[in-house]
Design a binder for this molecule. Structure first.
Ligand code: MF3
Ligand code: CO
Length: 250
């Protein structure tokens, strides 16, 4: 199926939705304190979203039971908030989706709890850089795999690997729309980027091997080798002049 193109007015609404998402990420990022339970972070997020007039986009999506995905250490994505307290040295991926006036915002960051290892810091830095390099590929006439190839090149040049089983995606009136946006690929390949497309670009980078294993809960995706994993995501509109990252000034 072809990607749904959005008008400038719709893109402004998606910017509003993503502003709420980034407000949540800022607030949750302030609570990255040893002893805080991930369920408490989820409650904080839901309160901020509802106070802003939004609706959590992940809650009940395909039966998902929470507002946030909270993915600690070797969890790649889709960790379910619960009673586990954060510990000094953890890295914690926070992924948040919000519907506002019918439009979806989707973004993620990975945070450090207190002092973390130099290796963890480097993984966070490289994954965020990979996201920004992917965004820098966005322009009308470009191709979807230009994004993934930039992400992959940056991650692999640091000895890391990109996850294949999960991808970025189009986003709009639904959380997931066409096209898929893989974190790997070849320049010049894949669907053509057009003004009005909005893409959730979301590198998932493993410190070790790319393999994924699922927990029995059916959601929590971990690195097969137990290595750390990081995840950063922006919702990005393709405009006539290039990328517009939604909800945040970068
Ligand atoms: N950012 C993720 C994604 O776009 C989060 C989805 S979590 C789910 O796939 F619970 F909604 F599935
Ligand atoms: Co997403």
């Amino acid at each position: 199926m072809a990607a749904v193109l959005k008008t400038p007015g719709e893109i402004d609404l998606m910017d509003r939705a993503n502003r709420i998402v980034h407000q949540v990420l800022d607030a949750v990022g302030e609570r990255m304190i040893p002893g805080v339970k991930t369920r408490e972070l989820d409650s904080l997020a839901e309160r901020i979203i509802r106070d802003a007039g939004g609706v959590p986009a992940f809650l009940r999506y395909r039966g998902y039971p929470a507002t946030l995905c909270i993915s600690v250490n070797d969890v790649i994505v889709h960790g379910i908030p619960g009673e586990n307290p954060l510990q000094e040295g953890d890295i914690v991926g926070i992924d948040c989706g919000v519907f506002y006036k019918g439009y979806c915002g989707d973004a993620a960051r990975t945070f450090a709890v207190g002092r973390v290892s130099e290796e963890a810091k480097r993984l966070l830095r490289v994954t965020e850089e990979a996201l920004k390099l992917g965004v820098a590929q966005v322009r009308p006439g470009g191709r979807v795999e230009d994004i993934g190839s930039a992400v992959q090149r940056h991650a692999e040049s640091h000895g890391y690997s990109v996850v294949r089983e999960f991808t970025g995606h189009g986003v709009g009136t639904s959380l997931h729309e066409d096209p898929q946006v893989p974190n790997f690929g070849s320049p010049g390949k894949g669907p053509k980027l057009k003004p009005g497309m909005v893409l959730a670009i979301e590198p998932m980078v493993n410190a070790g091997a790319p393999g994924v294993k699922m927990d029995p809960d059916g959601w929590t995706a971990r690195t097969e080798d137990g290595s750390l994993s990081a995840h950063f995501e922006y919702s990005v509109a393709v405009t006539p002049s290039g990328a517009r990252v939604l909800g945040i000034q970068i």
